[in-house]
Design a protein around this ligand. Sequence first.
Ligand code: PLP
Length: 855
Amino acid sequence: MTGTVHTLEINPQLPERLERLEELANNLWYSWDRPTRGLFASLSAPLWKATNHNPKAFLKRADQKRLEATAENPVFLAALSRVVSAYDTYHEMPGMAHVHGHPFRDDDLIAYFCAEFGFHESLPIYSGGLGILAGDHCKAASDLGLPFVGVGLLYRQGYFQQTLSADGHQHATYTDSDFDDLPVSPVLDADGREILVPVELPGRTVQAKVWEVRVGHVRLVLLDTWLAQNSEHDRDITHRLYGGDKTTRIEQEILLGIGGVRALAALGLKPTVWHVNEGHAAFLILERIRRLVAGGLPYAAALEAVAANVVFTTHTPVPAGHDHFAEEMIRRYFAHWCQELGIGCEQLLALGAEPGKAEFNMTALALRGSRHHNGVSRIHGDVSADICRYLWPQIEPAENPMEYVTNGVHLPTFLAPEWFETFERYLGIGWQARQTDPANWDGIELIPDATFWSIRQQLKAKLFELVRERIREQHKRNQGSPSHLDRLLKLVDPDNPKVLTIGFARRFATYKRAALLFQDPSWLREIIEQADRPVLFLFAGKAHPADLPGQEIIRQIAQMARLPEFEGRILLVEGYDLHLSRSLVAGVDVWLNNPIYPLEASGTSGMKAAMNGALNLSVLDGWWGEGYDEGEGLPNGWAIKPVPGHLDDAQRDAEEARALYELLQDHVIPTYYRTGPMGYSPEWIAMAKRSIASIAPRFNVIRMVGEYAQKFYGPAAAHGRRYADADFAAARDVAAWKSRVRAAWPGVRLRRLDSPERRLRFGHSVHVELAVQLNGLAPADVTVEALVGRPGHRPGHGRVRRYALHFAGHAENGEAQYRLELTPELCGKLEYRLRIFPAHPALIHPFETGLMIWL
Ligand SMILES: *Cc1c(COP(=O)(O)O)cnc(C)c1O
């Protein structure tokens, strides 16, 4: 045939009775409501699969006759009516936070910025953990009914699709999305025109189109530059998630941060809290400063006013993982910004400066431009406080303003549908609304073991169906033989899914050590080769195309999987995405995670597995450091204790692999196979029940977002208002005060006047008297205090008591005098220390200046 090929797509006309399917397809409510997805799947399973479970694309391609017949099918109509009624009820109710109380006013709005969002495989604008967390955050904001809007980028290409060759070579394919197929729609202005926002880049202005996504009660605003009026280069800015080079990266981040602020303004939205989720979005701070300065506020006051209501969450425990740009790049991209603000570029560069580095660090910018900061688990909070200590150089990391909120997952998204009915029966109607209450989960104990086991087996059987399908496709493409395929799938039997199945699926980043299991192949073989106690390992995950060591790990696992002794016992499944993830976390018996401590910021897949009744076998890092509970003889999983840091890497890996093997051979496998007459192990089920009951109430995203609301969003909204009131009086005051204090601080001196006593009777007091050279500061500008605690307790330790010294007048030489009659409340050996730091009643964190002198 010759000539141009013209494409044409004929869209069906939805029968009237099915009209609401359209609405269901355009609200990501379907991403956590299984019955909604079930409706579409029931219309045509092959089309559902072919459209990658995308309701909108599905409706565009469904067969007209089929739809018409369905409109007459009472069973379908009844199911539709149930779904629609649940959908309407959800949207009519104000959300859980309104029932339990929340700290917001009617005009509050939380704007949540992130470079990726993972809701469901049908909206491919995520790569992994960060995006899924952001998607879950939006879902929880909707469930809670928070005043909330998400902001992100609409990439034409999401993350790559992964295929693996027989020897484990990863092949990355990128496909362009057709935006018409995605559950997104352009935002229109009052005249029905699409909304565009301009963003200046060197030598040109780029236009970005504003889209929106409905996520239950809340909206997600997305920007894209694929517009005729943009140059070819600029059209590609939002082409690929984490694609391109440093130029693409900075342009994407400018679009997200600066374009995002402008998009919200264009929509008439006025956020009172700004959440920068990971450093990628931190340029929003610069745009907000620019707007205030344009309104007449001085730069330093504008920075204080902006920071007052910015919340910043860091997700990376390694400094190299923080986004950096060459200073020259920042100068080039932000020259007009400096000009407009009337500040030197040095001042801008200072916002992203890190001592000893000549690069602009987005984490540093985010920290300097926010007054509420957190890591994503207790361990990660400590690690982050340490990494970021240079921002508060005179403050001990334990006391600096870096806090933590441990991640959580969206329960309805990741809990298998098979559990819902059982939970409703044993936890009671409305259990989802009570999910953060531990007592709500007591009912798990009541589920009969046989019922519990049967659901677990069903979930594993479903997983096995999917694994068989994927391995078959993989095998066929790689031209393997049928008998080889049989050998591979011999344990993966949906009709008899008894084999102990251990899952490991996540990004193949080197610190996750996916190949740790193969440290000692002969030991491993001994453990898993016993005919009466078979073990199956399922591996899945992608390595970033630029991460060659990560891809090497995939090859290593593929090679192990081909050894005769491991064939059919180690399977590597390609194409890890949300679909495969939901299936894996629900179907495996054990979820394995063995990262290098303390590099797993939180990890969330183990939480998903736990709430489905799988047991975690993990290094005590990230969330598992808080989640693991030894219990009294009945632990809720197994912990690999990280070996102390002084061993070299090889020794550490060897030690931790040994701990892993020992747990497998002495605990995991025997417990699983200690089956009673019913064919299951009562001890295993007891552990699995404890795992659900102890983990589900704490590591769900409702608890997480609730904590953000109480700890950060509520206070940030209040601080933002306080700083802005009366023409930014507080912001101006704090800015002027900080500048005065910073100038005077190097000359502040502290000396002791009394001669310290060393021994005392209980009830008596020590007299402490200090002379302070305030170098021009007033006594009201500082706090002088004594810290008292047990030997070895560092400042920041919960049991260290603080006592303020009283200002007692100026001496003749101008020194200020401070006194305290210190009466310790404890007997035994104590330590006390003395210190001075700047204090101002409007500060958001007492140590935010980073200044402190110890005597
Ligand atoms: C949950 C999830 C992740 C994150 O898992 P981690 O345990 O944090 O590594 C990544 N990808 C997918 C598809 C997920 O569902």
